[in-house]
Design a protein around this ligand. Structure first.
Ligand SMILES: [Fe+2]
Ligand SMILES: [Fe+2]
Length: 251
């Protein structure tokens, strides 16, 4: 596990990387545009969150752990998400479309986040959404031949991989500090939250996923694999309760 000053340094360095050549003009066919536009607008809005609740949760959490760097690392993490939002917004402007101000998925997710001031909940929510984001941005990259959009997507994909590591390290720290019984309950909760959110994201952005060559079966396999590499790694202590089997009947 990396400490917060490592992450602070990582985000500071990464923000300096300019991986997009904005002198390239966007190049989309009408049908490519139809496939991607709604999802592009929705994710643009989602990436623009101000993160006040997250900063508050992080401050509370960092105080408890006596960690002077964590909140600043979270601030830079939010800044990186806003960079994604700005880049996607700039692209939407360039193709002559409108940025949106409201989206049901975004409103729903904001509501859920707003209700909770707890770092654990934030972390599981971010890991889940970013796992879907990795598939989403790969599909956005593959759905068109636009060089500029491919560069924007690649830049986001590079950032998101580190975001997941950053968040899963945090979740595992929080999880390990819980009593055994609470770990079992939390693990159930994480799993249900992860897969139900994955389902919601699929239905909301099915068209874009399909345009990127990812059909439901493939999407689900990818989401399960990401689960295995992240949240499932927390599981070892609860071997005697077969969460896996119980859930595989449900899913
Ligand atoms: Fe992002
Ligand atoms: Fe992210």
């Amino acid at each position: 596990m990396h400490n917060s000053s490592y992450w602070l340094n990582y985000f500071n360095q990464n923000l300096k990387n300019q991986r997009i050549d904005w002198s390239i003009s966007p190049d989309l066919t009408q049908s490519e545009k139809t496939n991607i536009l709604k999802s592009l607008q929705a994710w643009q809005l989602g990436e623009t969150s101000e993160g006040i609740n997250l900063v508050n949760a992080a401050t509370k959490h960092a105080k408890k752990l006596n960690d002077p760097y964590y909140t600043d690392a979270i601030r830079l993490f939010i800044k990186e998400e806003q960079k994604h939002g700005n880049n996607l917004g700039r692209y939407i402007d360039l193709i002559g479309e409108q940025r949106i101000k409201k989206d049901w998925g975004d409103s729903l997710f904001r509501k859920i986040r707003g209700l909770n001031t707890d770092m654990e909940f934030w972390t599981i929510a971010v890991i889940t959404v970013e796992s879907t984001a990795q598939i989403f941005y790969q599909c956005l990259k593959d759905a068109t031949n636009c060089k500029l959009l491919k560069q924007i997507s690649t830049d986001i994909l590079i950032d998101e991989a580190a975001h997941i590591t950053f968040q899963i390290e945090r979740l595992s720290l929080i999880y390990k500090n819980k009593p055994l019984f609470m770990r079992t309950v939390s693990y159930y909760f994480y799993t249900i939250f992860y897969f139900s959110t994955a389902m919601v994201v699929w239905f909301a952005h099915k068209r874009l996923f399909n345009a990127g060559g990812v059909y439901f079966k493939v999407y689900w396999i990818k989401m399960k694999l990401k689960f295995k590499k992240t949240i499932k790694k927390l599981k070892p202590e609860i071997e005697n309760i077969n969460v896996e089997n119980t859930l595989s009947h449900l899913l």
